[in-house]
Design a protein around this ligand. Sequence first.
Ligand code: TRP
Length: 333
Amino acid sequence: MKNKKIIGVIVAIVVVVIGVAIWGNQSKGNKQSDNQVKTVGVLQYVTHPALDEIYKGVQEGLKNKGYTEGDNLKIVFQNGQADQSKLQTMSEALINENSDVLIGIATPAAQSLANATSEIPVVLGAVTDPVGAKLVDDEDKPSGNVTGVSDKTPAPGQIDLISRLLPNAKVIGALYSSGEDNSKYEIEQLKKAAAEKGYTVKDYAVPSTNEINSTVAAMVNDVDVIYIPVDNTIASAMQTVVNVANQTKTPIIPSVNTMVEQGGLAAVGIDQYELGVKTGEMAAAILDGKAVKDLPVYSFKTGDIYINEKQAELLGITIPDDLKTEAKEIYNG
Ligand code: TRP
């Protein structure tokens, strides 16, 4: 009788101890997931002002959606400096960091990440042509692990800008890198829009930044205006392009605000910081548990007008008042 009582007490104690242990473990698990720090791996292709702005925007976009660095977010950032083998090693390193989401800023970086993993979600930071770059099969319903933001800008708007600013221009020289999928797409679109309005487009494709100086020096003799798409190689050497083109007062029409700020005459384009914000917000949606297949690629419907007034003065060009009123930003510095 006494023994039975003791056994009963022991069993009760064991049950309680086991129960407490299980409950303790469970609540520890919950706590961990509440305070979990998410890791976002960012791979930027190269340093130029546009991509730097995009990265700043990415941080802001994540923050807007409740992911703050040092609190519940760790960002591991790598810059491939336009080097293919660096991009590859860095992609692998970001995967080894156990990143919850990867962000590729510019096409070559996104391609490198997508080649390295088919499991971790990859968010495109301003990739012009995700389908052409073989990153996404269907922009509306991505079937793989890749989605994100595209910075396609409607070419007819850019031709319209040229006709309003430079009514006498007939020959457009397209300056871009022969190795970038994003530029190929933009130049094709530009040629279609230009042909409709009776412009001639001449191609000046450079293999690398080394040829930019001589190419621009040659093209200014044959074209009325230089057009630059969202091309990373040219963006990395924008100052050279501006310096050479200014010698013959040849106007430059780029396709982003940052390149207007650096000495382009004017552009219809997307604010680079905004592109980054949108990218960061998409990455946050994935961290929140949203599936890639439910997140279509985001494209901006229209671009904004940016003008460099100081550059217009230097070129002896008068900016029409209506264009000034429409402009999102006018740079004077
Ligand atoms: N869209 C480019 C790409 O797909 C990257 C890019 C974003 C870019 N903004 C830019 C390139 C501005 C040149 C200038 O690779």
